[in-house]
Design a protein around this ligand. Structure first.
Ligand code: ATP
Ligand code: MG
Length: 188
């Protein structure tokens, strides 16, 4: 029943996201604060990679819809935590350069065979049903991520090596980046 509820919630979220194209400007989002929350979420899991790191530039904010961005980044971090063994590591990064803003999650987990990469963001797509059933996934997370990024003019890139780990990076265009004076240390 919990799983069914999760699938229905995700499908509703997806259909809402599909109703409109790129959203208007939105508000500046403190991505560094979100990474701190996501790190806590990982450490609160019953089982999680023991090494969880964050490198975030607190002076860089993202202009958009906070609830959508939180959900997208959370999906990426949730996957990294799910598909990485307890002795492994995950690292979140948030930074900006001339190309825009970038949020990446690197893990030392099970990795993904190259032939699956192009189809990974399709709804209900899972690399193999066996590995996902053990972790309760339905294959909707990355479809949601893809739509949220599209609505912010962004895109997802995926690099992975089977058995070694993966890096998922969300790229946002320069007009979605705002620079602020950091209030506190960038290290989380
Ligand atoms: P849901 O997110 O709906 O709970 P899910 O995590 O299985 O389920 P997606 O987030 O869409 O679905 O991911 C699709 C598939 O991509 C996963 O089932 C898994 O096989 C693979 N995958 C995603 N992220 C990773 C990762 N960091 N390492 C290894 N495999 C991954
Ligand atoms: Mg997922």
């Amino acid at each position: 029943a919990d799983r069914m509820t999760g699938i229905i919630r995700d499908l509703l979220a997806l259909s809402r996201l599909e109703e409109t194209d790129e959203i208007g400007r939105g508000a500046p989002i403190d991505v560094t604060a979100i990474t701190a929350m996501l790190k806590k979420d990982v450490l609160a899991r019953a089982s999680h990679p023991k090494d969880v790191r964050v490198r975030a530039d607190a002076e860089v904010q993202l202009v958009g819809d906070e609830a959508e961005i939180h959900s997208a980044l959370s999906n990426l971090v949730d996957n990294a935590a799910k598909y990485t063994p307890p002795e492994g590591a995950i690292e979140m990064r948030w930074w900006a350069d001339a190309d825009g803003g970038h949020f990446s999650v690197t893990d030392t987990g099970i990795g993904i065979p190259a032939e699956h990469l192009p189809r990974l963001t399709e709804r209900f797509y899972r690399v193999d049903a066996g590995r996902s059933r053990a972790t309760g996934g339905s294959g909707l997370g990355l479809a949601i991520v893809k739509h949220v990024l599209q609505r912010h003019g962004g895109e997802l890139s995926i690099e992975s090596t089977l058995g070694a780990g993966s890096t998922f990076t969300a790229h946002f265009p320069p007009h979605r980046v705002a620079r602020v004076r950091a209030q506190s240390s960038a290290a989380v």
